[in-house]
Each structure stands twice: as C-alpha cells, then as structure tokens.
Design a protein around this ligand. Structure first.
Ligand code: DGJ
Length: 729
C-alpha cells in the first residue's frame, strides 16, 4: 500500500510514483503538514521535519507553553482564529456568532481504490489496485460536526487527489462560509505562480508571476469556471522550464465559481489553496446535512511543465473522461456555424454535408438556429423543437438524409438558457435565475434557467431526450453563452440564496449525467462561448470541448499551447475556418490553419461549398492525413518545445507510446529579414531509434533529432508553418 501510518509518530506518508506527501497529527489533535515533493524512502518517523519553536511574538495554543503556535507550524487543513492568521481553508459560522472550530483527529481508514463523490465529477479507477485512498475523520465536539478529508494516491502517476466533506450531526444550524477543497503549506517561497488567464476569444494564455509576501490569487465569480481564469494554478521553481525542474500543479474538477490562491507569510511559507470561491458563497448545514467539496487534483513533476502536463493528460484522458467515446478515435467534423450562422435551410445544410462527404469528413454538426423561430440570438432558447420553416422534414428527416450521404449527424443545444421570446418563457416566466424587485441583466439577449430547481432540469431533460430519441444523432454540442448575474432562486429560502451558484452547477452535472447515461453512444462536446467552461468538471461528462470561438490559426497557437498545460489533445476541439478570419481578420494559408488544427480534435468550420478546387484538394489531403494519424495525435505524449508567449516561433510535438512515431508542428508568426540558420530540437524520442522524417532527406537517430535537431531552411513570409511526420525505420 503506498499509504503508511505510524501509530507512534502519528504520521501519514502518501507515496505516488515519484512523489511523497507527509502529514501528522499535531499536539492539539489537529492535522499538521510535513512534506510535499519528490519521493522519499519511507521511514518510521519524519519527526525531524517538524519544529515547535519559541517565538517572541507568537500567540500560542496552550497556556504556559510558548512553543506551540499554529502561526509557525505547517498545517494540513487550517482554520482561522486560533493563532493562525493566514486565510483558512474553511470557515463555519455558528448560531452564537462564533467562527472558531476545533476539528480533532478521530480515526482514519486506508483502502484500495477510490470512492466517487456524490453528485460531483471526479477522477476514478477501473481497477482498485490503481490507487489507494486515505480517509481521515476529524471531529469538533462543540458543534458536533465531522470533517472527512479524502486523499487518493495513484500508483503509477504523480497524482494526489483531495476533497473534504462536512457533516453536521448536531442540533444547531451551521453556515459554511468557506469550504475549499485543498490546502498545502510549502516550506519556502522560492516559487513562481503559473496560471491560465484571458477572456472570450483569447482563453488560457499562460501567465507566470513571482511570489511576494501577501496573497496572490485567481478566481471566477461568473457562474462558470470562465474564459478569464481557468481552475488551475501551478507553483514552480524559478529555474523550472518545460523540460526540467520542480512543478506542483493544482487543478479543480469543478465548472463554477472557484478560487485558487497562494499566500506567502512572514516566514516565507507558501500556502496554496483551491476550491469553490468563498466570495458570494454560503452553505447552510442543518442537522444531518452534508457538504461535499469538489475534487482538487495535485500533480507533482520534477520534469518541468511538460512533465506536469503529461501527467494531467494521462489522468484526464483515461481516468476523468468516461464512456464509449473516451478511447475511440474522434470523428473529423464540419460545423456550419461560421459557414452560415443563423442563415440556412435544409437545402443549404445538405449541400454543405454533400461536399463535406466528398472531402472525407465523417460528421456533420448543425449548430445554433435549428429550433423555435431562431433567426438571430434574440429568441427561442428553451424551445427545443425544430423550426420547420428552415427544416421542413424535421431534425429526423435532415439527419436521415445526412446519414444516407455517409456522414454521422450532430446537433447543437444550449440547455441551460431561456429567451424571453420563447414558448418556454410564456409558460414558465418564474424559471429564471433572478432576485425579486431587481432589474434582470441579460447576456446575448438571453437569461439563465434556474438549474437549482429539479423540475427545470427534468423538463429540459425530457425535451432533449425526445429529440435525441427521435432522430439518429451521434454527437451533441452543449453550449452555454453567458455569465450569471442577479443570482437567486425563488424556490429557496433567504438563508440559502448564496447556495444558488453551486446548486446550479450541481443541476448541470445532473442533466449531463442523465443524458450521458441514457445516450451512451452519443459523443458530447462541451462549449461555452468557445472556451468559457473548459474545465475538468466538464471533461468528466464530455470528453472534448470547443476550445475557443477564436479560430484564427495564429491566435490558436497561444490558446492551444496554454490549454495543453492541463488538458489532453483529445479534449481540444480545433477547426479550420475561413479567411479573412472572422474574429481577427487575419489571412493565413490553408496549410497553416490545418497545421495548427491538427493538434486537437480536427474539423472544419466554414462553408465548404465555396472553396476552390485547389482548396478542396488540400482539404482532402488534410483529412486523409488526420485520419491516418489521429490515434497518435489524440493518444500520444505531447511535448511543448517553443512557446508563443516567448518568441516568434512556436513548436510542439506528439510521440506515440512506443516512440516509433511522432508528429511535429513548427510555426513562425512573422517573416524575418536575412535570418540565421534555424534548427528545431525535438523531444520524447528514443535516443537509439533511427527515424525517417517525412520531407527531410536521410535518416536520423533519436539523439540527433533531440540534441542536434532538424536543420531548417529559412521560412519566407508571415504565418508560415511546417509539420513533420517521423517514423522509426
Ligand atoms: C458560441 C459557440 O462557441 C459557437 O461555436 C457557436 O456554437 C455559437 N455559440 C452559436 O450561438
């Protein structure tokens, strides 16, 4: 078992493949933290890592004892108010106004496997030998409440997952005003914080900042994890780069408001915390009530950022994503959105599908505009029945015709939304997220359904299930196009209004769970104005996501590079679109657009019928190429080599598990006058394998390709790109 407990030293030692995590029971029976980092050999006691010290200025727990202060000790699940002045990981407001708690160790269990979290997405195991779980129960006598901390260590990965569960056994009402999922007190502050930030159309740009004494944090209060901040941070050693050095990743399996925070204290201790955003949050725990926090996934790497990302990719691709589509090759699709927007009819859609088929494309996706009377974005959300003005033969008629052409058929929904101009709103004007007596703000002319109400989720489930039963649909794009405002629910009492944002997300998960269970053969792709909810929570239900509404190849370099910090290529929807690009007006070649989109779930998002014959030939070749290589791309090990955030050139590659094949992309944003000689250093190959590189003369050993590189002719012009396929001979 990779989890040890010693009754004498009162220490727990969690050992992953190359990682150790050590905690202990403190003198006051709370939990302390001793170590998180590279694997240590197990010993009976790590007590030498523990220090109680006299400090002139400290406040102390026990009278007559000047050495035991939570201010100077590293803690496992800290509370505020009893000698620790940093931000706590949880806080409970009691009926008498007190916020002081004292959760003491009571018991623990160590067992094989990993439990699921009720109502929440989480990583899982397929065989109980893959992971071991530690469950520590703490108890606060005064309020008669239990706190259960859950840790799972994966045997073959450097992963530790965490969550916490609060249970009120007592008589009084408890208010959880803060309930984060994880806390780590690091010994020092020699770290940089890395996060993925941006906005609509420029999601997940990589940001790196130096830590200073004080708090630095990222968060979302938008009702979704958001395009602005992704629920991920890493702290890395300043010398860590893509290939080497220590990195600690923290990723939250949650799709709503979150907080990821780093606090550096006066002794240079770095406290990392992650969980549901405590801002505008409160959860009422009545007698018998339980609150389960989402799961935080901690990854340790001493092989730099690539090492961290590769661990996340493996875990999230194989033990977070689920279902029939988890391991299946993802179909190459045409989506009509940028090709037609709302302006289409059956004839137009069939002509797009016909030409797509000729190009070798496998799936046709009908996007927004097929239902109610939706000619623009002002109406019909919630009316999930076909608009027969546009599609006289219904979705079933259209889908059958598309299937006859030899394509699969996919359909767009935005299940969580309602337009005021809709039959649904006429019937249920009270089904909106709203607060009384206040003006209701809109986003894209639409309002949010109150998914904290079961009857709303039931109703939407019935409507969607009917469409999905009636027509041969093999793919669903689930969109969500606005952030949450005036957050309230008319079915909940005043004291529960601050629960609405979280209850909403639980409702979304419930609908996903029901639909994916009822329709296991359907491939779900999540979307939220592009990548505004690209998070691990969504990946549990939908194994791929629309990465960004920005389809410009050059913008996509940054977006896909940043996204790959956490998310596997099999989750990254990437489409070739028309030029001038609809988001930035840029002109890039069809080759470059394809060469960028190859590194994800490939598809086209344009009017294929307007392409020239030459363009169609290029597309045919791209489609054929992707089909041949998608197993490698979607399941291989991904390496980032040159960052678009650092220079004019971006490069990355993906290597098959057996290292016999690889696929490399190199992109140069601007042409360079009178350039010097350039070379591209590859990664992840087997040193003594001999490879041929398509388009390059000769054969080369892995060591040459990684250390001497491919020598390149200067690229002429802006937005150029090259891809290389490598094969072991
Ligand atoms: C936003 C999505 O990101 C787009 O791909 C498209 O589906 C539109 N919504 C449709 O309204």
């Amino acid at each position: 078992m990779p989890i040890f407990y010693s009754n004498e030293s009162k220490e727990f030692h969690l050992q992953g493949k190359n990682v150790s995590y050590i905690l202990n029971i403190l003198r006051n029976s709370q939990l302390g933290h001793l170590y998180y980092g590279k694997k240590l050999r197990h010993r009976d006691s790590f007590n030498h890592l523990y220090r109680e010290e006299y400090r002139d200025n400290s406040t102390n727990v026990f009278e007559g004892d000047q050495t035991f202060s939570l201010d100077t000790l590293k803690q496992e699940f800290p509370a505020y108010g009893t000698t620790d002045f940093r931000e706590p990981v949880y806080q409970i407001l009691q009926e008498n106004g007190s916020r002081i708690t004292n959760f003491e160790y009571q018991e623990h269990k160590i067992y094989k496997g990993k439990p699921s979290l009720e109502g929440l997405p989480a990583t899982y195991v397929e065989d109980e030998n893959e992971a071991t779980t530690l469950e520590i129960t703490l108890y606060d006598e005064v309020i008669d409440a239990e706190l259960v901390l859950l840790y799972t260590v994966y045997e073959d990965l450097n992963v530790i997952t965490r969550s916490a569960k609060f249970h009120n056994n007592g008589k009084e009402k408890l208010n959880l005003t803060r309930a984060l999922s994880a806390n780590v007190d690091f010994f020092d502050n020699d770290f940089e914080m890395v996060h993925l930030s941006g906005s609509w159309s420029r999601e997940r740009h990589v940001k790196t900042r130096k830590l200073e004494q004080g708090i630095q944090s990222i968060s979302s209060a938008r009702g979704t994890s958001s395009a602005h901040q992704n629920p991920f941070i890493a702290v890395k050693r300043p010398d860590a780069n893509e290939y080497q050095g220590e990195v600690y990743g923290f990723s939250l399996v949650y799709s709503g408001n979150f907080l990821a925070q780093v606090e550096v204290d006066h002794y240079d201790v770095t406290r990392v915390q992650m969980g549901i955003n405590p801002f505008d949050f409160n959860w009422l725990l009545e007698r018998g009530g339980t609150f389960q926090t989402p799961e935080a996934v901690m990854v340790y790497s001493d092989e730099g950022l690539n090492g961290m990302s590769q661990t996340y990719h493996k875990l999230y691709r194989t033990r977070l994503a689920r279902g029939t589509w988890r391991d299946k090759p993802r179909p190459i699709l045409t989506n009509n959105w940028e090709g037609t927007y709302f302006d289409f009819d059956e004839e137009k859609i069939l002509s797009l599908a016909k030409d797509s088929k000729k190009l070798g494309i496998e799936l046709f996706v009908l996007d927004d505009g097929w239902f109610g009377k939706r000619d623009d974005d002002t109406t019909s959300l919630g009316d999930w029945f076909v608009d027969t003005r546009k599609l006289p033969n219904g979705i079933t008629g259209l889908a059958n015709k598309i299937i006859e052409l030899g394509l699969e058929f996919g359909l767009w929904f935005e299940p969580e939304m309602i337009s005021k101009v809709s039959e649904l709103y006429e019937k249920h004007p009270d089904w909106l997220i709203q607060v009384p007596n206040r003006r209701l703000s809109h986003g894209r002319n639409q309002f949010i359904l109150d998914f904290s109400k079961k009857e709303v989720v039931d109703y939407i489930y019935e409507m969607m299930a009917k469409t999905l039963h009636d027509a041969p649909i093999s793919y669903v794009k689930w969109d969500m196009n606005r952030y949450m405002t005036e957050i309230g629910s008319n079915q909940l009492p005043a004291e529960r209004q601050s629960e609405v944002a979280h209850r909403y997300i639980l409702g979304v998960y419930d609908l996903y769970e029901r639909l994916t269970t009822e329709f296991p053969e359907i491939l779900f792709e999540s979307c939220a104005s592009g990548g505004s909810r690209f998070d691990p929570g969504m990946l549990y239900y939908a194994p791929q996501a629309w990465t960004s509404d920005d389809t410009d190849a050059i913008e996509r370099l940054k977006i896909q590079y940043g996204t790959s910090f956490v998310y596997p290529l099999s989750s990254i929807g990437a489409h070739v679109s028309a030029i001038p690009n609809h988001q930035v007006g840029r002109m890039t070649s069809l080759d470059t657009r394809g060469n960028v989109a190859y590194f994800g779930d490939f598809g086209y998002e344009l009017d294929v019928t307007t392409m020239t014959e030459d363009e169609k030939e290029i597309v045919k070749a791209q489609v054929a190429f992707y089909k041949e290589n998608r197993e490698l791309i979607q399941k291989g090990t991904f390496y980032r080599m040159q960052s678009p955030f650092e220079g004019n050139v971006t490069s990355w590659m993906v290597v098959s598990d057996d290292q016999s094949e690889a696929f490399v992309g190199r992109y140069q944003v601007l042409g360079v006058p009178n350039p010097g000689h350039s070379r591209l250093l590859l990664a992840g190959l087997k040193e003594d394998y001999e490879y041929e590189v398509e388009g390059v003369e000769g054969t080369y050993y892995g060591d040459e390709l990684m250390h001497a590189g491919i020598h390149l002719n200067p690229a002429f012009g802006d937005y150029t790109s090259q891809v290389f396929k490598l094969r072991k001979i």
